[in-house]
Design a protein around this ligand. Structure first.
Ligand SMILES: Cc1cc2nc3c(=O)[nH]c(=O)nc-3n(C[C@H](O)[C@H](O)[C@H](O)COP(=O)(O)OP(=O)(O)OC[C@H]3O[C@@H](n4cnc5c(N)ncnc54)[C@H](O)[C@@H]3O)c2cc1C
Length: 118
């Protein structure tokens, strides 16, 4: 596939990159940041970052952060809200990884507002 547009380098050899990440939303950008620094990473995205769903997520991130909260209740809430459409294993992983993932977002100055309650 030929690359075009203002962000495309004039030439791109196929063996330039160790990792190709597809998608410039939160998942793709976090993947790039988590990869070892010595790897040559190419991020490909159909749209520029402000067009991703991540750009519009401003309502907060749900994560277990308090001692009186629990992973089990977050899993239960998520499965109920999903009305049978959620993969339980994916929900379990999401809920358990959310505290560390949201902490990483804050450390990278993710543009969101931390809320003490809820
Ligand atoms: C209006 C709105 C509000 C939301 N509010 C919240 C909220 O308050 N809290 C919350 O936790 N979540 C919220 N969400 C959900 C959240 O935004 C998504 O779950 C999250 O951003 C998904 O991240 P992502 O990186 O997987 O996908 P995206 O952010 O959608 O990124 C996908 C990227 O892949 C690119 N792409 C797509 N197809 C291709 C292709 N074929 N080739 C190359 N690139 C491609 C896109 O251009 C984009 O850059 C909201 C979503 C929306 C739409």
């Amino acid at each position: 596939m030929a690359l075009s547009g203002t962000h495309a380098p004039p030439e791109m050899a196929e063996d330039c990159w160790d990792v190709v990440v597809v998608g410039g939303g939160a998942a793709g950008l976090m993947t790039c940041l988590e990869l070892p620094a010595q790897l040559r990473v190419l991020l490909l995205s159909k749209e520029h970052a402000p067009r991703s769903a991540s750009r519009w997520a401003q309502g907060g991130i749900a994560a277990v952060t308090r001692a009186d909260d629990s992973f089990a209740s977050h899993v239960d809430d998520t499965l109920r809200a999903g009305a049978g459409l959620c993969d339980p294993a994916a929900v379990e992983l999401l809920v358990r990884e959310a505290p560390s993932a949201s902490s990483a977002c804050w450390s990278w100055a993710w543009p969101s507002t931390a809320m003490a309650q809820g």
